[in-house]
Design a protein around this ligand. Structure first.
Ligand code: ME8
Length: 502
């Protein structure tokens, strides 16, 4: 099966912080899961470069060559994702020719449909959101997301007749419960479309940066209209029809809850107008805060994910972000919590379990044992149910359920060791000890597969110690979740995966 997943494309007026890393790591986790089970995955990310705030940031940095500034900044984002080992398949920039061409093609489809017209707009504009905002959305006169006073703007613009698609969109959302998730966001979107979804101004006059409108070069395209189209241009729209047909529609757009109106109302209306299929799902994840405050440069509390990765390790960062908040909810980022989770879930959890088993295996020079004795059935059942919960968690976009499944299996393994005490059997009941250790080795292998999408480097380290190659597991559909697929021998215990004293 094919699986296409996207992240938001990020503004480049700043470098990535831990919130952006969260969204990208979430998408990476799904991409890795789908590759693991043998799907044909396309994972797209990129940068949103035609925003006025990028231009302002360039000015503030004393740069006169805007494109050169964007090139440098976009490279910072791409490099950050590379250093975080994000497995994206392509990185789209909205200043690339392939994007600009696709945007013009798309605009023409909408225009030919009769959905573009000229009109005058007066309203409140928040530069942070790059959007007109309603008076009723403000909190004490300030944008709820950016805590800034919006400007009053009156302009003659080109409009996209999206209100024409209001009813069609509402029935689509009603008929397709998975389209907008989680369900709380779905209700929010239904209310928004029903009560407030009006035609959108999609051009700005006299703006110095952006994609010129093909029908009027004195206007540039509204940055959201241009940016949303990245989901098409990033996978071939306008430049590789075969690629596009293979990967569109997207299976899921991962977005933050701050940008759902654009993704769940404007974007599908644009696609309906252009006559293109809608994405299958839009999942709005929650926000990390620091002491309850939104993270951001303007808040002075941006945490660099690379720093955390350097200090604590890549998988520790991934695990913490993915574990700390139930997927779809919000949570606070705190180093104290990170340390706590490191000690309890990683060092004393998976790290300790793997060490216990591999040192026992090393001690008896464990070599593949065919007959695992009386306890095999029970362990096999535990793996089967953990695997089913894990798989179901991924299908239902409940990442926390997948992690619970893996850690339940680790606990099961730990309790099995405590109960059977294999070390005490090595001298006098060798066969029994070998069988128990054989079961434990298999449990370690099964756990490694379950954690792979979340902590790929940890899984790879375990595979190395078990003498299994990545290529023997990743994409091998029949192996994932099956019992005893590998004849494991020559185990190397190695050093602790998550040492307690660092
Ligand atoms: O909105 N916690 O880009 P952006 C979790 N260019 N996620 C966070 C976060 C936090 N504290 N802060 C940011 C834009 N994010 C547009 C998108 S898409 C066609 C155009 C994540 O740079 C979250 O996913 O402001 C949010 O939606 C995204 O970064 C916004 O990034």
């Amino acid at each position: 099966m094919k699986f296409t997943i996207t992240t938001p494309i990020y503004y480049v007026n700043d470098k990535p912080h831990v919130g952006h890393a969260y969204a990208t790591i979430v998408a990476d986790t799904f991409a890795r899961y789908h590759r693991l089970i043998g799907d044909d995955v396309f994972f797209l990310t990129g940068t949103d470069e035609n925003s006025q705030k990028n231009v302002e940031a360039a000015r503030a940095a004393g740069k006169t060559n805007i494109q050169a500034y964007l090139d440098t900044q976009s490279a910072v984002w791409k490099e950050t994702w590379k250093q975080l080992d994000i497995s994206f398949d392509d990185f789209i920039r909205t200043t690339e020719d392939r994007h600009k061409k696709g945007v013009i093609d798309f605009f023409n489809l909408v225009r030919e449909k009769g959905d573009i017209y000229k009109g005058t707009y007066k309203g409140l504009y928040c530069k942070g959101c790059e959007a007109f905002v309603r008076e009723s959305d403000l909190v004490n006169g300030l944008c709820q997301f950016h805590k800034k006073t919006p400007e009053v703007i009156e302009e003659e613009n080109y409009f996209f007749r999206c209100s024409k698609y209001r009813d069609q969109l509402l029935s689509y959302i009603e008929d397709n419960p998975d389209f907008v998730q989680p369900v709380s966001r779905r209700n929010e979107i239904i209310n928004y479309i029903r009560d407030h979804f009006e035609d959108v101004s999609i051009s700005r006059e006299k703006s110095e940066w952006g994609i010129p409108l093909p029908i009027d070069s004195t206007h540039v395209m509204y940055v959201w209209f241009d940016a949303l189209i990245n989901y098409l241009t990033g996978i071939g729209f306008g430049w590789d029809e075969k690629l596009f047909d293979r990967y569109w529609p997207a299976d899921v757009h991962i977005v933050g809850k701050d940008i759902i109106k654009f993704h769940c109302a404007l974007w599908p209306a644009m696609l309906l107008s252009a006559g293109l299929p809608l994405p299958k799902r839009i999942f709005a994840h929650g926000f990390f805060t620091i002491d309850g405050e939104r993270i951001g440069k303007s808040m002075g509390n941006a945490i660099d994910p690379l720093e955390i990765a350097q200090i604590h390790g890549l998988d520790v960062l991934r695990y913490f972000l993915l574990r700390e908040i139930p997927f779809g909810g919000d949570g606070d980022f705190s180093f104290a919590r990170l340390e706590l989770r490191y000690a309890s879930d990683l060092a004393k959890g998976i790290g300790n379990f793997v060490s216990r088993v591999l040192s026992l295996a090393e001690k008896i020079s464990y070599s593949y044992e065919k007959n695992l004795g009386e306890h095999e059935k029970e362990a096999q059942e535990a793996c089967k149910s953990a695997h089913a919960q894990w798989k179901q968690g991924f299908e239902a976009y409940a990442l926390h359920d997948c992690l619970d499944a893996a850690w339940d299996l680790i606990r099961h393994g730990d309790q099995f060791i405590d109960r059977t005490k294999p070390w005490s059997l090595i001298t006098n009941e060798k066969t029994n000890a070998i069988q128990i250790i054989g079961i434990l080795v298999e449990l370690v292998q099964q756990v490694s597969v379950l954690v792979y999408p979340f902590m790929p480097h940890t899984a790879e380290q375990i595979w190395e110690r078990l003498g299994i190659k990545n290529t023997q597991i990743i994409g091998e559909h029949s192996i994932i979740g099956s019992w005893r697929s590998f004849k494991i021998s020559h185990i190397q215990r190695g050093s602790p995966l998550f040492p307690l004293t660092r």
